[in-house]
Every structure is written in C-alpha cells, then in structure tokens.
Design a protein around this ligand. Sequence first.
Ligand SMILES: *Cc1c(COP(=O)(O)O)cnc(C)c1O
Length: 254
Amino acid sequence: MTAGGQPDPARARELEGRLRAVRARISSAAGTAGRGEPELIVVTKYFPASDVRTLAGLGVTDVGENRDQEAAAKAADLQDLGLNWHFIGQLQTNKARSVVRYAHSVHSVDRLPLVTALGKAVGVEQERRAGAGLGPREDLRCFLQVTLDAGADPAQARSGRGGALPADVPALAEACAATEGLRLAGVMAVAPLGASPAEAFERLLHVSAAVRAVDPAAAAISAGMSGDLEEAVAAGATHLRIGSDVLGPRPAVG
Ligand SMILES: *Cc1c(COP(=O)(O)O)cnc(C)c1O
C-alpha cells in the first residue's frame, strides 16, 4: 500500500456521494446554459493524500492545490495515479522550480516576474529530466489570474488575493506566449466577495477576449467554485475548481 494510508470505506462513500452530486449540478448547469460540460478540477487542499487516491478511483483526473509544500508531497505520494496537478494559489517566484516538477497547470500567473521565473524553471526542469534519463515534461499551461473586484483600485487589488488588473493582462499574455516552456491557456478568476458572481464572470469574458486576441487557442476560462459553479458555467467557464462541495468543510490549518 502506498502512503496515504488505508482507504476508509465510510469516507469513500461520502466522497462518492458528494462527487456525484457536484457532477449532477455541473451537467444540469451545462444543460441549462446549452454549453458543453467544463472540466472539473477537484480542489484537495488541506485534505490527505488518501482522499485524493479515493477520488482518483472515482474517476477524478485533475486536482487543485494552493500550497507548494503540501502539493509537492501529495504529488510525490500519488505519482502512480498519473493525475494532473493544478496549482491555484498565490505563487512566489522562489517556488517556481518546485512547482514545475509536478504541476500540469498554474492558474495563478498574475505578474511578469512570475512568467519569467516559471519559464526559467521549466528550462531547469527539462535539464534535470534529461540528466535523469527521463523524457521531457509538457509545456506548463498558464492561466492568467485576473482580479474582478469592481473598480479595483490598483494598490488595493495588488495587496489582495492576487490577480492582475484587467488592463495589465494583455502584456502578461504576450509575455507568456513568447516564453519557451510555457503555454498560454487562458484566464482564471475568483468571484469577489459580496458581489454578483454573474457580473464578475461577465467581466472575465472581456478579459478572455483580450487574451484570445494574443493567442486564439488560449480560450480556457477557469472560474467557478463550490458556491458559484452554476453562474460560472452559464458564463462559459471551461474549468471549474471545486473544493468543499466534493470534500466537505476544510479542516482548520494546523
Ligand atoms: C480553495 C479554492 C477553490 C475551491 O473553493 P471551494 O469554495 O471550496 O469550492 C477554488 N479556487 C481557489 C483559487 C481556491 O483557493
């Protein structure tokens, strides 16, 4: 048996039920909106590797994490599962080397120095892999995180949860598209607290159009969490990041 411990049958049943309910909500929202179903990324932050293993057994292929240390440990434990790891948290440039060792995507690319650091880190990782006799990794898919706080004042937006101002996104997109080892995927946002998610996601669509003007293939829209997945699907999200409605309330951070 691998790290992550023995599967707990009661927990497995709970996860199965919750996952089924979330998938039903996604199908229903996609049906109502007349859209294809977006990809589900299950956000497993703070939950043990054993839960991630159970979810993989239930058909989950993509998981999201927001802290490098935790993500790196789980990805190492669960290497045999071939999961796609999505990094969704604020990322310091000095963590880029670690993140590119396991991440398929980074959803929190929000400033030029981070683009540079990730590009360099992928280069270093390719050398490491070649030296270890491993094949190259795929290009790192980059989602540009946008702040959707209405009328965000730049100083405030930058001190908040992360995310570039919409006006700064085209330059970020250009930089990402021009960086070897990175693939511009699209945009990402978290709906602001206390505002209408539908309106916020509408603003995100405009930013997405600006990114597609840089690269028409960069059409991904990562939006929608447990509380607003229906609004995100209606607005055209291609990737949903769902945590608590699949895993239950997050344990307190120790
Ligand atoms: C935690 C987190 C999620 C998942 O949130 P839930 O409300 O638990 O579904 C999605 N996106 C980001 C960026 C997160 O940090």
